[in-house]
Design a protein around this ligand. Structure first.
Ligand SMILES: Cc1cc2nc3c(=O)[nH]c(=O)nc-3n(C[C@H](O)[C@H](O)[C@H](O)COP(=O)(O)O)c2cc1C
Length: 315
């Protein structure tokens, strides 16, 4: 074995993590996931928000937390809070914390939606040395890419992405159709934010975001893990303004209420109408009311976590 030749690779893996660890890790899980709990701290008593929060924008990193019940008295407008991520099993490790500052409140006929911007983030599931090494490495990469025209992702935004994806998140297929305009694409920056409300984020530069905004009606299908390859391949549709449904590698049928084509392998279909949309940064944040939900088959779903957390789970 040529140890000196392999030294840079060994050093890199020790400091930054195994190659490919920055990518997403896909797996199958029964929904709703029970592996990681998400708690909001700083607004009254700590509150389990696992089932009522969503990413609102990745750059700058923003989250939305829904309050169905009356809120406690808020410390102030623009108050500070934090999201904490805990493993539910074993040692119940604190995996990470995102520090937040409230930006605004979106009123709906159901929950009040609090929009928070990240002000700090620590991923405790990574050893301290690796956290520092990754920050230094990210700073070096940003310096190398300066002036390249690529979207600048701050170290804070990257760390928030690593934290939010310590909680397994389903990957769904979104379909929308009106006249000769339609689309079908995968999405995972999303979540329920109330009993009948759902929120999600779409890259404002891609075609999918303005199309969803204009049509304002969509069907969100959860999918079995066995279809993960087909689902990932539809990512290119984020860049198109219409799809040819006859070219899809699977059949579709119409959703029950809004009559939007959904994949024949959909497990659950939520049909929604957009009520609000806000350009926040890299992404447009959408708030939709769920008008119907159909359960076709109860089976494990395609989920995603961050590769770094996947590595720490298996360590
Ligand atoms: C599983 C999966 C989930 C995705 N979820 C989202 C999403 O929630 N919001 C979004 O704007 N784009 C989403 N995308 C699109 C990607 O961010 C990206 O735009 C797309 O894969 C095209 O890649 P490119 O922009 O590098 O060509 C998703 C893609 C995949 C494969």
């Amino acid at each position: 074995m040529n140890l000196p030749g392999k030294l840079p690779q060994i050093l890199r893996t020790t400091l930054l993590g195994p190659p490919g660890a920055s990518q997403a890790f896909d797996f199958s899980l029964t929904a709703p996931q029970t592996e990681v709990a998400v708690w909001l701290h700083g607004v009254g008593a700590p509150r389990d928000v696992t089932g009522c929060h969503s990413v609102a924008c990745p750059v700058p990193f923003m989250v939305c937390v829904g309050w169905e019940e009356p809120e406690p008295e808020l410390p102030s407008h623009n108050h500070r809070a934090s999201l904490r991520f805990y493993e539910r099993r074993g040692e119940k490790r604190l995996l990470g914390e995102i520090k937040l500052q409230q930006q605004s409140v979106v009123l709906t006929s159901g929950p009040r939606l609090h929009l928070y911007k990240a002000t700090g983030c620590t991923n405790f599931y990574l050893p301290r040395l690796r956290r520092w090494a990754r920050s230094l490495y990210a700073a070096r990469e940003r310096w190398k890419n300066r002036g390249s025209g690529r979207m600048e992702v701050s170290s804070l935004d990257s760390r928030c992405n690593e934290a939010i994806f310590s909680c397994p998140r389903p990957v769904v297929l979104v379909s929308t159709l009106e006249g000769d305009r339609s689309n079908l694409f995968p999405m995972n920056l999303m979540g329920p934010v109330g009993r009948e409300y759902f929120a999600f984020a779409l890259n404002s530069k891609n075609h999918a975001a303005p199309l969803v905004d204009q049509i304002a009606r969509l069907a969100v299908s959860t999918v079995p893990f066995e279809k993960a390859d087909q689902v990932r391949q539809l990512a290119k549709n984020h860049h198109v303004s219409s799809v040819d449904w006859s070219q899809l590698p699977f059949d579709t049928h119409l959703s029950r209420t809004l009559l939007i084509p959904v994949p024949e392998f959909a497990l659950t279909v939520r049909e929604m109408k957009i009520e609000h949309s806000y350009p926040l940064g890299s992404h447009t944040f959408f708030v939709a009311r769920v008008v119907d939900r159909t359960l076709y088959t109860d089976a494990p779903e395609f989920h995603r976590i961050h590769g770094l957390y996947a590595g720490s789970r298996n360590a």
